[in-house]
Write a protein that binds this ligand. Sequence first.
Ligand code: HEC
Ligand code: HEC
Length: 405
Amino acid sequence: MSKKSTILKWVIPVILMSTLLIILVAAIKVPHTQYVPQLNCDCPPGFKLNDKNECIAQNLYMAYSTNNDPGVGGLKTALPKVRDGFSPQQIDLGRYLFFDPILSGDGTISCASCHDPKKGFSDGLATSIGFKGHQLKRSAPSLWNVAYFKLFFWDGRANSLEEQMQGPLFSKEEMGNTPEKLLKTINSLNNYKHLFAEAFPNKVKEAPISLNDIYTAITAFEASLISLNSKYDRYAHGYHQALNKQEIEGMNIFRSFVARCAECHTPPLFTNQQIAVLGTPEPNGLALDPGAEIPFNDSTLRGGFKVPSLRNIEKTAPYMHSGNFATLKETVQFYTDGRGHAVPKDENLRIHWHIWEPKLTDYELDRLVDFLKTLTDESFMPKVPKVLPSNQAAFINNQNQESIK
Ligand code: HEC
Ligand code: HEC
């Protein structure tokens, strides 16, 4: 065999084969180092896509005409106006952002750190822990059904989801970021640039991601967290076997003018969205939280808080604005322990007229708890992304790693 034919027969094929192998290995490796996510083109459950690519909320309460303004709380009452009309792509992009710790100043905290899907989008703590271990003064509320809320935060100081989220994002105590730094980080990530272009197709080509785009996407995701298919809802729509005898007893106590729960926790949202002064205690002798007095600059609202919705309440212990009560039984017990019994002596709070002395028996308190547990429904639970566009793992609940399992 000549020298030339040896080269042709052996050396060239070997070079060719190894080049091919290198290309192959590189191709396999790409998804690991450069994961490129795809946005969902379908609406989440509970929404219907219209011909403008908008997800419109659908539920049985739409069949009823009266809404749950104060004083109305019949079982067949409509819901307040909903925030819907976001595109499937915006909702899905918001889902990624919600779980992504790159939104925080040092890449360690995501919205889900304090709003863990497995804990009713709360965090299981009496008061949340934020940036660099900072202990917050209030507890993280659930995010189910926020699409129907008019006021946000325990003291009602924000009027929209977009306004609300600027609190945690840019607070030194929560996520420790700044608008400039957030924009710089997100605009430096190719995956996010592609996804925002897909979710906001009407923007000028190559325009940078803006803060409003970020707020819109996260709002779209939050507004998709709908919980309206509980045992209670099936009962309310006429399926009477959905609740057992004890749960129905509890519902009747809840709606009675003795207990008066439904005056404030008005169905079907289980909040009338008002601020009410209850005189709830702070844990460990902490000073009274002035609540709504501060944002509304109104001393009659001192110690007042937004009436929380009670949907999925079973999942979000401990309870009240600073998590003073560990269980639902302790929480409902509060209402029967006497008007103003927990108010510090030097305070003169304007306690709401529906907070009085209903003298509920232990049996009735247990039935109330039975009823509250019929408000659980997590059937529209969103999927936690396994890998994020920033190539990080979704970050949930920094205090309790076991929830990531
Ligand atoms: C460090 C913990 C923490 C992080 C991180 C956090 N939150 Fe919260 N969130 C809270 C606490 C605590 C409150 C209540 C604060 C108050 O009322 O003063 C709250 C309130 C809210 C509310 C108001 C709900 C209601 O019923 O009024 C919404 C909505 C919300 N957070 C969404 C978000 C979003 C979106 C993010 C991410 C951009 C986020 N949160 C990040 C702890 C956190
Ligand atoms: C006057 C209005 C009003 C009435 C009546 C009322 N609540 Fe409340 N409820 C509130 C407010 C406001 C809060 C939040 C108070 C706080 O955090 O300090 C609350 C909190 C709660 C919580 C804890 C929610 C959470 O997310 O931590 C439960 C459970 C609850 N109420 C159940 C009931 C039951 C059961 C009754 C009837 C026995 C009742 N409520 C009557 C206004 C009311």
